[in-house]
Structures are given as structure tokens and as C-alpha cells.
Design a protein around this ligand. Structure first.
Ligand SMILES: [Mg+2]
Length: 308
């Protein structure tokens, strides 16, 4: 069945939709804001849902923002009552959680942003990283690629300052030790920056590391099933069907939500157009779609007006 626009449902169906979930888990970029811009009404939607008794959680594939910066963004859109530590999940948090279980106390090499590294530091994960601003020659490259201590894992995530020498060193770490695990967070194919402005994501850089090190990555960002299991545990989700996942991407959000057994809602305010959605195979399409999160404000207003 083709996905339904939530405001084109009959009023009775709108009520049935709202009553069908207790928790909404939402992506951030492209849904509650843009990487470089804002989405009108998104903050109001978060507040209105909470007033309607819904629990709201956020799951982003973006760790190049610290918790403080996440907090600023939620403040800026006027969304109240978001507890960043408990309500917002992004790759570096799931990576730290994974490391504590699978690589306790081990040193890691980070191909992640300064912000993600700051989270590692705060969480007590010992890490090595390279930030090289100088001009490189083959001789200085060799120096930088020298390994003094092996690491238990190479961590990959969206990292806007990523450089060749960092990729080369990560590959070297992986080649030198069979026990070194390649762990990846955000590795999306496309990264929507602002309205009608998409750039290539970090997917191919991860493929590059994987290919040259001959190592399959352990994926911890959306749409990873390991992340799905972690979320159910972290958010204490007993009945997946009573949860709706909202996002702007078909693979990272809709496919992910469906694979977790959640209902799915695609918003057209980010990286996917209505045409993209309709062209996708039926199993990749969402249950519902909306122009943006602001449509939920309208829907809840319809309920309040008693017109349904
Ligand atoms: Mg998004």
C-alpha cells in the first residue's frame, strides 16, 4: 500500500494514528533542523507531542556535535524538556557503549571529529588521533604512519577534517593486528546540508578503509541492527509497534525503523523528495509521510478541536 500523508488521512484515521504510538523516535538533521538551517514548526511539534503524552527520543547519525551543541540546537528551536544525556543517541555514544562491553580498557585509533573525540575523552576512552596541518612529503608521511602501540579498534564516523594520512594510518593499524576491529558510526551515502543542497556523505571513505584493510566494519549507526537492539534496551521498548520512527532518509531512517518493528514516518524536509519515496520499492517505503514535523502540530490541533 502506498504511504499516506498524515494530513490526508480522515480525521478518524488521524486519531487512530496518534493513539497507535506511545513513543516517537526521531532523527535530527533533516527532521528537527537542517545541518545548516532550520525547519519551521519543528520545536512546536516536539512540545505538542509531549503535551499529548508522547515520549520523544532522538537518534542521529551525527556525532560531530557535542552534547552541549545538541542542547543549544534544541534550545534554539524552542523544544522543551529534552534531556540530552538520556533522550539523544548518536554514534559516538553507541560506540562508547559497545567498547565498554567488547573492548574494555583498550586504546583505540579515532577517525572521528574533534567533538566525538571530546566525548571519548569525557567517557574515559584512551584514544589516538592525527591532526596534521603541515604540508606532507613521502618522508613525513612514513613518520606519521609509524605505529608505536597497537590499538584494539579503529573508530570511524563523520569527520569533516578527515585527511589522507588519517585514513592511511587507520588502515595500517588494521593491517598490523587481527584483533583490531573496524567500528563505524555515521557513514551515510548522502549528507543533506541545507534546503536543496546535498553533499556526498562518508560512505565511500569507510569502504576505502574496509577494502584496503580487508576488514568488514561493525556498524553502529543507523540502519545497524546492533543499534536497534541497543535502543530497545536504552529506551526500555517492550512493544515495538507502539513506537514510530521519524526520519528524512529511506535507508538510515525508514529501513532502520521498519527493521526494528517500529511504525515509520518519512518527512520531506531533508534528504528525500516525494518522487524518491514513490520510486522506492514498496518494502522501502514508509507507512506514513508528512511535509515536515510541523504537520504533527496541525494533526494534534485537529484532535484538540474535537473535529475528529
Ligand atoms: Mg537525517
Amino acid at each position: 500500500m502506498a504511504p499516506c500523508h498524515i494530513l490526508e488521512l480522515s480525521l478518524k484515521e488521524q486519531r487512530r494514528f496518534i493513539e497507535s504510538f506511545d513513543m516517537m523516535i526521531s532523527d535530527c538533521d533533516g527532521v528537527v533542523w537542517l545541518l545548516a538551517g532550520w525547519i519551521p514548526g519543528a520545536g512546536d511539534a516536539v512540545n505538542a507531542l509531549r503535551r499529548a503524552g508522547k515520549t520523544i527520543k532522538f537518534v542521529s547519525n551525527n556525532s560531530f556535535r557535542t552534547d552541549e551543541q545538541y542542547s543549544e540546537k534544541f534550545k534554539k528551536i524552542g523544544a522543551r524538556g529534552v534531556n540530552i544525556e538520556d533522550d539523544v543517541v548518536h554514534p559516538v555514544k553507541t560506540i562508547v557503549r559497545y567498547l565498554k562491553t567488547h573492548k574494555p580498557g583498550q586504546r583505540v585509533f579515532s577517525l572521528m571529529s574533534l567533538e566525538a573525540n571530546e566525548t571519548l575523552r569525557k567517557q574515559g576512552v584512551e584514544y589516538e588521533s592525527l591532526q596534521i596541518k603541515e604540508h606532507l612529503t613521502s618522508a613525513t608521511l612514513v613518520e606519521h604512519l609509524t605505529i608505536s602501540k597497537p590499538v584494539g579498534a579503529v573508530l570511524f564516523d563523520i569527520h569533516l577534517d578527515l585527511s589522507y594520512v588519517e585514513l592511511a594510518k587507520a588502515i595500517r593499524h588494521l593491517q598490523l593486528s587481527d584483533d583490531c576491529e573496524l567500528i563505524a558510526g555515521g557513514s551515510d551515502v548522502t549528507m543533506p546540508l541545507s534546503e536543496n543542497f546535498n553533499v556526498a556523505g562518508f560512505y565511500d571513505f569507510l569502504q576505502h578503509v574496509s577494502r584496503y584493510s580487508n576488514r568488514e566494519p561493525t556498524l553502529l549507526g543507523k540502519p545497524s541492527h546492533i543499534l536497534g537492539d541497543m535502543l530497545k534496551e536504552m529506551f526500555n521498548i517492550k512493544n515495538s509497534e507502539r513506537c514510530v520512527f521519524v526520519g528524512d532518509m529511506l535507508v538510515q531512517d525508514i529501513q532502520f525503523g521498519k527493521s526494528c518493528g517500529f511504525q515509520s514516518l518519512l518527512v520531506l524536509s531533508g534528504g528525500t523528495t516525494k518522487q524518491d519515496m514513490l520510486k522506492a520499492p514498496p518494502e522501502a517505503q514508509p507507512d506514513y509521510y508528512a511535509d515536515s514535523l510541523a504537520d504533527l502540530v496541525q494533526l494534534l490541533q485537529n484532535m484538540e478541536n474535537g473535529s475528529a
